[in-house]
Design a protein around this ligand. Structure first.
Ligand SMILES: *Cc1c(COP(=O)(O)O)cnc(C)c1O
Length: 440
């Protein structure tokens, strides 16, 4: 018997509805017995907070609700809980009530970029579709803290239909990312309905699901769920492991079921102070993930959402971690480090600099070891003027359905065929002066 099984047995017994582990792997049982108050948490783990602490904790969960699945609770090391990475992700801290001036309810402006409720359409060809506003476990570092657990905001079928309708009438959308909350909180039949509706839309090429279930409630990945998901390929799933301790036997089993069903798996990690802000932890996590057929996708700089300041690290910490990954381990174990731009600019990749300098025919680079090297560029390279007339191009892009091509942003500045030579901020003072004919 593994150590977790003993702890799980003790927790199941204290929950009191069962004397053995027979219900432990039933995800609905887990949801019914999610820990939602401080007293139950204390009782199950045999931890006691003093009255003052308890009052602060109550105040915190009044604003940001508490929910921990018995499974995820069983991963907490209670002998050393204060510094435990699982505890810190799951259990409230009064620090969450400290809101600094740079923090916002909706720092990524997801609501401003929302054409209909539930949809955020930020990028040219894909949308975020929030189909559930509840989770089995409320991550303390959630970027959507403002919304999760709000019982009034569980979208009904009508609201989902509005989202589906928007996607149906917006042919540029070729990729739909189901998010939430956790989409896998929906019953199989409801999820099946949403996926079926999406699959019936001809321009939707790819469907993605973002879910933390493999981490916080791996028993959700049932054969029944796999049968549903398998009907709607190509379907991708991104999950959210933050620490190697989360990769348990049950989590591995869930990942294996998903991978065996042909679902490409990715992982998004958030860099969190006191949880995983260490190159060794992240490297180990990335290696464990690829062992389980999960491709590390993003490493996020912690967002500027309200109540997350105690979780934030300097960007330099992320950079240091990237330096310890690139070259040091398998390329496919290296995620892209991103900062999600406050104000809705989207994810911006940040990487250490490997390009040192360049001359007309030569670039100077450094590698992960600090070796400095040169790359000789071709003597001759004939630049061909591109007018985006692909039918006449020697590169022969004779593909159907590539569609209209209009360059966006920086891509437009680089293109031959577009006349834009500069991009100017909307409220540029110099431009205002020109149009007003007087200084500001
Ligand atoms: C992250 C995100 C996406 C998906 O971005 P990818 O880089 O394609 O993974 C889409 N829409 C919104 C609003 C997002 O935040």
């Amino acid at each position: 018997m593994s150590i977790y099984t003993k702890i799980q047995q003790a927790i199941a017994r204290k929950i009191g509805k069962s004397t053995e582990l027979s219900h432990w792997k039933d995800w609905r049982w887990q949801l019914r017995h999610a820990i939602r108050d401080i007293a139950t948490f204390e009782r199950l783990l045999g931890i006691k907070f003093d009255a003052e602490r308890k009052r602060e904790l109550e105040e915190t969960i009044d604003k940001f609700p508490l929910s921990i699945t018995p499974y995820y609770l069983s991963l907490i090391d209670r002998t050393n809980y204060a510094v435990d990475p699982v505890f810190r992700q799951a259990f409230p801290s009064p620090d969450e009530l400290q809101v600094t001036s740079c923090e916002h309810e909706d720092p990524l402006h997801e609501d401003a970029d929302s054409p209909v409720p539930g949809i955020t359409h930020r990028y040219p060809d894909r949308v975020l579709f929030q189909v559930s506003n509840i989770c089995s476990m409320y991550c303390r570092h959630c970027t959507r803290k403002r919304k999760v657990g709000d019982v009034d905001s569980i979208p009904g079928k009508d609201e989902i239909m509005l989202g589906l309708e928007y996607i149906r009438r917006t042919p540029v959308v070729r990729d739909v990312l189901l998010s939430g909350g956790d989409p896998l909180m929906l019953p199989d039949s409801h999820l099946d309905w949403i996926l079926r509706e999406l699959r019936a839309i001809p321009h939707v090429q790819v469907i993605r699901i973002g879910s933390r279930m493999p981490v916080v409630l791996p028993y959700r990945i049932t054969p029944g769920l796999i049968r549903v998901l398998s009907r709607y390929h190509p379907l991708w799933l991104n999950t959210h492991f933050n620490h190697p301790r989360e990769i348990t036997t049950s989590a591995r089993e869930a990942l294996s079921r998903l991978a065996n069903a042909g679902i490409p798996l990715g992982n998004q990690t958030v860099l969190l102070a006191g949880v995983n802000d260490c190159p060794m932890i992240i490297k180990t996590l990335m290696q464990r993930l690829v062992e389980n057929r999960v491709r590390p996708y993003y490493l996020y700089q912690c967002d500027l959402s309200e109540g997350l300041s105690h979780f934030r690290t300097p960007v330099g910490k992320g950079m240091e971690i990237m330096e310890s990954l690139v070259g040091h381990t398998s390329g496919f174990a290296v995620p892209t480090y991103v900062i999600d731009a406050p104000g809705g600019g989207g994810k911006i990749p940040v990487m250490p600099n490997y390009l040192i300098t360049l001359a007309t025919n030569k670039v100077v680079l450094r590698n992960y070891e600090g070796v400095i090297t040169t790359y000789q560029e071709p003597e001759k390279y004939e630049a061909v003027f591109c007018d985006r007339n692909c039918a006449d191009c020697r590169l022969e892009l004779n593909m159907e359905g590539t569609g209209e091509y209009s360059a966006v942003g920086i891509e437009r500045l680089l293109s031959d065929f577009h006349e834009t030579i500069s991009l100017t901020p909307e409220d540029n003072i110099r431009m205002k002066r020109r149009s007003n004919g007087r200084p500001d």
